[in-house]
Ligand binder design. Sequence first.
Ligand SMILES: Cc1cc2nc3c(=O)[nH]c(=O)nc-3n(C[C@H](O)[C@H](O)[C@H](O)COP(=O)(O)OP(=O)(O)OC[C@H]3O[C@@H](n4cnc5c(N)ncnc54)[C@H](O)[C@@H]3O)c2cc1C
Length: 459
Amino acid sequence: MSSEQQLIDMLRSVVSDELILRSNQVAALDPGWDSGNTGAGVAVRPRNTEDVSAVLKICNDQSIPVVTHGGRTGLAGGAVSTPGQIIMLTDKLQGDIDIDPMERVALVSAAVTQQALQEAAAQHNLSLGIDTASRGTATIGGMISTNAGGMEAFRHGMMRQRLLGIEAVLADGSVISDLTRVPKANEGYDLKQLFCGAEGTLGVVTRAVIKLETADPESSTTLLAVPGAASALNIMRTVQQSGGLLLCEMMWHGYATRVARATGLTNVLSFCEDAPAYLIVESSLNEDSLLVLLEPFFESGDVLDAVMAKSKKESADIWRIREDSQAAYQQLENPALFDISIPLGKLDSYMQDLQQRLGQMQGDIELQALAHLGDGNLHLSMGRDDPWSDNEKEALGIAVEYGVKEMGGAVSAEHGIGLDKLDIFERNTRHPNLQAMAAIKAALDPNGILNPGKVLSAG
Ligand SMILES: Cc1cc2nc3c(=O)[nH]c(=O)nc-3n(C[C@H](O)[C@H](O)[C@H](O)COP(=O)(O)OP(=O)(O)OC[C@H]3O[C@@H](n4cnc5c(N)ncnc54)[C@H](O)[C@@H]3O)c2cc1C
């Protein structure tokens, strides 16, 4: 392993000194969601694609591993770094947000945050088509690299569907540049898609062309208490059929009440405190039209009760309960996080079976669950008083993954694999599929310098 000074000397041979961060400067960075992110101790802050290329070339020549960082909001350990590695910070990569409202595309640097692009698009009455609670910090480079999904994915797709063109630097410093601005481009293998969800293991994304959508119209927020996912899905489809559904998020009781208490917003749930689950419907329909649609669901028992936000503050409070997942998560002892997708019709039975499997395990396990309902994407957090042994952690993963692939779901939905999901991913992926991925990795990064050990354990 190279010493800090050796790594700094190597970097100084290709970029100017002020772009290199020493261990004391790296330690002062906010590590983000995972305290292991800043473990490497040395970082480089390239200003442009040429700097990225020069750094990767010399790291490749000297077999020094590089871990790329965007906003460090990733939830799968994909940005974790260790001593002897170099962190590639992308936050200072130059480039304006260049929007063409007629084409409805944006050319952006990987450093641009989700929110900055959302706000720039809004000035043209356009939208990014993706929204996550990490919007203020997550970068376009990180969102491409994790194939981010979020709350609008059921309408507009994930990052993969937004990506028209890419510029990325490969391990040997060569630059793949395909800044195509049009959706129809059948020009051989679709290289840009390789970087989508690759979590920095195949190259460093420096620029991208992103497809934009028409901005959403004025909307209202309704919070519904529901008995379960089947009811929530019926409501969702009905509002969607009317053309007025913008967002549809579900929270099970344990999660919603934890956040409400932690944020001092218990009043938001007081209209129906004991509901098994809550559904947030953001809709462009006026109040009367929405009530007409919901009426039969009150009669059938699919809606236990409901409240419609009467002000921006009431709407923001409802959304705070959905988005402040950290407030709930922080109250869990020994938390374990999962992010899976279940075919919609199986959501209720999956949740019931999961509760049963957890009940058979040691200790009193608290389960917090929420869903991007339209995608069947469940975020599950579990905790208990006693720490998990390695065997118990594996058993927990097996309890979560049970039957998921067989029913056509996915064991990682939108957060990626990183380090944290390697075991569940490799257990549930066919050997030929893993071999094909390893062959792509070996072809593009033969020395294995790019984010080694992430996505593929042997990578
Ligand atoms: C409160 C909260 C809510 C969230 N909600 C959602 C959600 O609804 N949907 C969702 O999909 N995710 C969600 N996330 C997860 C996270 O925001 C996304 O994974 C996001 O895309 C990560 O972007 P980032 O810039 O922070 O990347 P980082 O965390 O810095 O990096 C993530 C991975 O991408 C790699 N990487 C970063 N930049 C580049 C680059 N330029 N080139 C190559 N590789 C790169 C890193 O090496 C790492 O493997 C949430 C996170 C939080 C904290």
